[in-house]
Write a protein that binds this ligand. Structure first.
Ligand code: PMP
Length: 408
């Protein structure tokens, strides 16, 4: 396998070569929001509709067989990618948000009662907070929050201190989307299990930037979004341990999730189909399968090392800019840099960088409690993917330097 080459990888992503209206080169540094799509993924989606479009699991005709093979083939690919024990433990969803809501409604809601606790951390994305608040409201359970350190880290000791025999579920991110913090999830999962709690890991930011092995982690539930892994939007997966999924009631009712329907009573399909009511996003699955193939052509350890080196160089250069403060400096963090600049609102940083063709995210990053913790209304956020290069970092540093000269 040839050594990983980000510039070559960038050529696989047609949008990165598109001329912006300003004539500037696109410098895409908003990968934590969504990643761009390589040609192989675009072609898989197109090819599905051109050559295989039909409904899955139903008809015996050729196109339906092709559609089913692509849909179920993607399940096999994702099961291998996450190292699930079985393909049946992969439930296709609309994404991370949908996966968390599924677990909240189907696992937590029937089991939790007054006095039970749901443990989350202070750095969670709203999608790993609000579904639990909804469960707390209907069951009387309580949300308990693990506080963040000043560097944006989550310490195992603080997590353990919040666990109790009342903790029924512990739900936490693998990597923070707002700060880049990598949580000590293997140890957190073990500690949660010792306390008798079930764990849900929000892997939205992790799947493209860290090795995920759900069996080695002993995760009970692990959720991901296709669009953060170079696949299409509105699609994703929930990994769940077989025994847990089998013991859960269905999420939604409809076609495909049943075994037999009658007005005297209906029986449900086996997992994972029990959780996949209605005609699914077949093209989404086909394209996610292509995205998994795309990343698996690389030695991912080499890709992650590359991203870390890029992060280290960008961090060093940004720290040298007067009045710029990075929020979230936990050791071993992933390729996300949240920052504020004296005298410039985050939105103005975003707008000015956009004039130079540089795409970043500004705002609360769907993590308002993090903004509150660090007492800022918003941050500007740069986030890397495997196709970002030193030239992208140089453009960013140039852009930030001019903003500092104007406002500083
Ligand atoms: N959790 C984290 C950590 C995220 O970064 C995101 C996406 N920003 C989500 C959850 C929600 O993912 P989706 O919008 O694809 O459901």
């Amino acid at each position: 396998r040839p050594a990983f080459d980000a510039e070559r990888a960038a050529r696989d992503f047609p949008i990165l070569a598109e001329a912006l209206p300003s004539g500037k080169r696109l410098v895409y540094l908003d990968n934590a929001a969504t990643t761009q799509k390589p040609t192989a993924v675009l072609e898989a989606s197109d090819a599905y509709y051109r050559h295989a479009n039909a409904n899955v699991h139903r008809a015996i005709h050729t196109l339906s067989q092709r559609a089913t093979a692509q849909y179920e083939g993607a399940r096999d690919k994702l099961a291998a990618f996450l190292n699930a024990g079985s393909r049946d433990e992969i439930v296709f969803t609309r994404g991370t948000t949908d996966g968390i809501n599924l677990v909240a409604q189907c696992y937590a809601r029937p089991r939790l009662a007054e006095g039970d606790e749901i443990l989350v951390t202070e750095l969670e994305h709203h999608s790993n907070i609000v579904p639990w608040q909804m469960i707390a409201e209907t069951t009387g359970a309580k949300i308990v929050v693990v506080p963040l350190g000043d560097d944006g880290s989550v310490s195992l000791d603080d997590f353990k201190a919040k666990l109790s025999d009342r903790t029924k579920i512990a739900a936490f991110a693998h990597i923070s989307n707002s700060l880049g913090t990598v949580l000590p999830i293997a140890d957190m999962i073990a500690a949660a299990h010792q306390a008798g709690a079930v764990t849900l890991i929000d892997g939205a930011q992790a799947v493209a930037h860290a090795r995920v092995d759900v069996q080695a982690l002993d995760a009970d539930f692990y959720v991901m979004s296709s669009h953060k892994l170079f696949g299409p939007t509105g699609f994703g997966a929930l990994y769940g341990k077989r025994a847990l999924l089998e013991a859960m009631p269905p999420y939604q009712g409809g076609g495909d999730m049943i075994e037999r329907v009658s007005f005297s009573g209906t029986t449900y399909n086996e997992i994972p189909y029990k959780f996949e009511a209605g005609t699914p996003n077949i093209a989404g699955a086909a394209a996610l399968g292509a995205a998994v193939d795309y990343v698996e052509q690389f030695d991912m350890a080499e890709v992650f090392a590359y991203e870390h080196a890029l992060l280290a160089r960008a961090t060093e250069a940004m720290e040298a800019i007067d009045g710029l403060r990075i929020i979230g400096t936990a050791p071993g963090k992933a390729g996300i840099i949240s920052f504020v600049m004296d005298g410039v609102h985050a939105h103005d940083i975003g707008t000015l960088l956009d004039e130079s063709g540089i795409a970043i995210r500004t705002g609360h990053h769907c993590a308002m409690p993090v903004m509150e913790r660090f007492e800022v209304p918003a941050t500007a956020r740069v986030s890397f993917a495997l196709y970002n290069t030193q030239a992208d970092v140089d453009a960013l540093i140039d852009g930030l330097g001019s903003i500092q000269r104007i406002f500083g």
